[in-house]
Design a protein around this ligand. Structure first.
Ligand code: EPU
Length: 337
């Protein structure tokens, strides 16, 4: 096994903290999984990593092996008016979405430009602009890294919900492949925010197609969200909280402008970015970490942030929002300590 030693983790996670890994392996060949699992027994722990867009390394990792999942490949399993495809976990998510559009396979266009890998997408059930990835997943395959048993889980077994799944709860379940079912018929999802208007402007006199939606999403994301290659960030740092209906009603009486989204179970999702902004925290800094000016749900590394800056800003936001609105914000990224 080609294990690398003492490498910087700064380019391997998108918050770009300056920490290092003692042992690192880039896993590209899917056939080497058994060998890798056997070798992994020699370490105190193994940290499986995609492209590091939702993982924050808070310190040097000296006791474990970091494995970057970089297996590639897209396989068509079945085709009629839908296509079923099995996709390796290491594929870059955005490139995969663009590939599906180039094949006229529809459904994932609203999820354009989300950082990360295909294998990470089911873990927190990535979602944006009115679409969640769970709606296109047939099954998820992988290996239980504790028992080395392979699994294939149906969509139901994955227990998907807003920003959650069984894989978030049980991190020893390693995802190696995801099976998607995409339509050959374009069915636009344009109810969210400005998406319809922007997509129509891009379409101009042409009939609206999935590429227009993808471009609209890319445009919106680029205007609000910092490019992680330029400014360190992990996208949304907190979940949008979901509160009981009666509590949402009380809040809305006091704050009629509060952006809120009723859920099918009667609860109400609240925009965390709005809570953070109204609490006066936009632009707030702790050391070199700051609340992003264009999107208060995003925390940025302005240059030389250290782990303590991240913790301090996270704690400040959580305590301020709790005190002001009585709502506990749950952080989204995985912290590795
Ligand atoms: N808002 C503010 N202040 C801000 C930003 C937003 O008041 O600084 C308000 C907006 O006016 C809007 C509401 O908050 O009414 C929601 O804002 P936005 O549409 O930007 O979405 P979000 O709820 O903040 C979620 C996802 C994003 C996803 C967008 C678009 C979560 C935790 N985040 O953000 O996902 O791109 O919706 O669908 O659900 C990510 O996970 O990294 C991510 C970027």
């Amino acid at each position: 096994m080609n294990i690398q030693h003492n490498i910087s983790l700064r380019p391997l996670h998108t918050l770009h903290l300056d920490v290092a890994a003692r042992f690192f392996y880039r896993w590209e060949n899917a056939d080497k999984l058994d060998e890798l699992l056997a070798h992994a027994q020699e370490y105190e722990r193994v940290i499986w990593l995609g492209s590091g867009s939702n993982t924050i390394f808070l310190k040097d990792i000296t006791d474990g092996l970091i494995v970057q999942i970089a297996t590639n490949g897209i396989q068509v399993i079945d085709e009629d008016e839908y296509v079923r495809i099995r996709v390796s976990a290491g594929n870059n998510w955005h490139q995969f979405v663009q590939y599906t559009l180039s094949q006229s396979w529809f459904g994932l266009e609203n999820l354009s430009l989300i950082p990360g890998t295909v294998g990470a997408a089911p873990v927190q059930n990535i979602g944006a602009y009115g679409v969640e990835v769970k709606d296109y997943i047939v099954s998820v395959s992988g290996v239980n890294t504790l028992t080395q048993e392979r699994f294939v889980m149906s969509n139901d077994e994955c227990q998907f919900s807003y920003r959650n799944s069984i894989f978030k709860q049980l991190p020893h379940l390693l995802i190696t492949k995801v099976e998607f079912r995409l339509s050959k018929q374009f069915n636009p999802h344009i109810d969210y925010g400005d998406i319809a208007r922007i997509a129509q402007t891009i379409a101009d006199s042409e009939k609206l197609n999935a590429n227009h939606i993808s471009q609209a999403v890319i445009q919106i994301r680029q205007s609000k969200l910092p490019d992680p290659d330029k400014i360190g960030n992990v996208g949304s740092f907190f979940h949008n909280p979901i509160v009981p209906a009666d509590y949402a009603k009380q809040l809305l009486q006091k704050y009629p402008n509060l952006p809120h989204y009723p859920q099918s179970d009667g609860k109400v999702k609240i925009a965390a970015a709005w809570l953070i902004e109204q609490a006066g925290l936009k632009g707030k800094k702790c050391g070199a970490m700051a609340v992003h000016q264009q999107q208060a749900l995003v925390l940025i590394n302005t240059g030389k942030a250290i782990a303590q800056d991240v913790i301090d800003l996270k704690n400040l936001i959580q305590s301020t929002v709790l005190e002001r609105f009585g709502i506990e914000l749950i952080s989204e990224p995985r912290f590795i300590t």
